[in-house]
Design a protein around this ligand. Structure first.
Ligand SMILES: Cc1ncc(COP(=O)(O)O)c(C=O)c1O
Length: 398
């Protein structure tokens, strides 16, 4: 991998929040990345479930290039045609009436919490600001998002966070019910917990939350930042579970690499956000909106989502085969192209680096799991190639 002096240099000049890997990517093509030494990597990480269309996707790059030549940044006071088209395109495939564009997942979560609080103060009572979240969830790193984060390690050192947030258990409706009172304004949940280990909600849990929210006039927020935009083989994750939330938070795959997030919701809730009460300078700028429109249209192309289902299943079956062969991985889980398995061969982060050395990018998640979230354009052949590198890397450490 050549000399790694750049890692020391990076650690010197960049605030080291990531623990930099010993590699520098220079470019990508399809599902492959290339480094400064011209090594090729099959990418099952996709910028942490972001690069839905892979690298140098012809229609995506063409659309962004065209847009940058025309108008790269507008003015948020102006509903330019790009913002309108993105809104119409994403709303048309959703259940929702309005959308707000921002730039990141955490910002989408922040905005959703603000909408819920504003609605509840106006429609319920002035003290209705309590929010329920679940253990092991991840919603981002800003102070509001951290306040509904169910993983203590991300909160440590930053407290006190928002008041009025309460932790329930995932897939345990009773634990949520026990926290509901007249001041509950929102419940926030990931339909599939990503950072928490690719843990899927049961349909009963999500539909139970829906009923609970309907009966108690509570805003149900789904955080689909990681599991939305085709990752589960449906545009929105909620479609997979047949449960429609009141607000949904999107990012990552929404721009497929261009930073853009969104909150979609019904006017009952969103109408409480009026001019001047929320905003985002870059949110929904022409480049971001072109990315949203282009990505959404790609996902709707015949066969695209079917590919996620089919190749996702090939990956999952392959992981299960490997787990039968070696006890180094177990508990294969996930939906579509959002997959994980427990890693039993030591610290997973070391194994991730070994895979990298062998030309395969995978991620970690949860306590000690491997996570596969490849570009959604992955083919069966590429999936099998990745599985064979994974198998070889596991054999190396046996
Ligand atoms: C479910 C979920 N919500 C929110 C976020 C935060 O997104 P961002 O890093 O774009 O702020 C993430 C990021 O991993 C996420 O997985």
């Amino acid at each position: 991998m050549g000399n790694n002096e750049f890692v020391d240099h990076a650690n010197d000049i960049l605030i080291n929040v990531y623990g930099f890997w010993p590699v520098q990517f220079t470019h990508g093509k399809g599902v492959y990345l290339f480094d400064t030494d011209k090594n090729k990597y099959l990418d099952f990480g996709a910028g942490i479930a972001v690069n839905a269309l892979g690298y140098a996707h012809p229609r995506y790059t063409k659309a962004i290039k065209n847009q940058i030549d025309k108008l790269h940044m507008g003015l948020c006071y102006v509903a330019d045609p790009y913002r309108i088209e993105a809104a119409e395109t994403i709303l048309a495939v959703s259940e929702f009436e309005q959308v707000f564009f921002c730039s990141t997942g955490a910002e989408a979560v922040e905005g959703a919490l603000k909408i819920a609080r504003k609605w509840a103060k106006a429609e319920k009572n002035k003290d209705a600001y309590e929010i329920i979240y679940v253990k092991d969830s991840f919603h981002g790193r800003t102070m509001g998002a951290l306040s509904v984060n169910g993983q203590q390690q991300y909160r440590e050192g930053y407290e006190p966070l928002l008041s009025g947030t309460h932790e329930a258990k995932f897939n345990d409706l009773e634990s949520v019910k026990n926290l509901v009172n007249a001041n509950t304004c929102a419940i926030i949940v990931e339909p599939v917990m990503g950072e928490g280990g690719i843990i899927t909600a049961t349909k009963e849990f999500l539909s139970g939350l829906r009923t609970l929210c309907d009966e108690n006039n509570i805003c149900l927020i789904f955080d689909e930042v990681q599991c939305g935009m085709g990752r589960l083989g449906t545009i929105f994750a909620y479609e997979h579970f047949d449960v429609v939330p009141d607000l949904v938070c999107m990012a990552k795959g929404l721009g497929a690499g261009f930073p853009v997030g969104a909150i979609l919701g019904m006017k009952k809730f969103t109408k409480h956000i009026t001019a001047g009460t929320h905003g985002s300078t870059y949110g929904g700028n022409p480049l971001a909106c072109t990315a949203v429109t282009t990505v959404t249209k790609e996902l709707l192309r015949p066969g695209f989502l079917e590919n996620v289902d089919h190749v996702g299943q090939v990956l999952k079956d392959g992981l299960e085969e490997i787990s039968k062969d070696t006890n180094l991985i177990s508990d294969v889980r996930g939906i579509g192209m959002m997959l994980a398995a427990n890693f039993n061969g030591g610290p997973v982060k070391d194994f991730v680096k070994k895979c990298l050395k062998n030309g395969l990018i995978i991620l970690s998640c949860g306590e000690n799991s491997i996570r596969l979230v490849p570009p959604l354009i992955l083919t069966e052949k590429e999936a099998k190639k990745g599985l064979s590198i994974l198998k070889q890397t596991l054999d190396d450490i046996k």
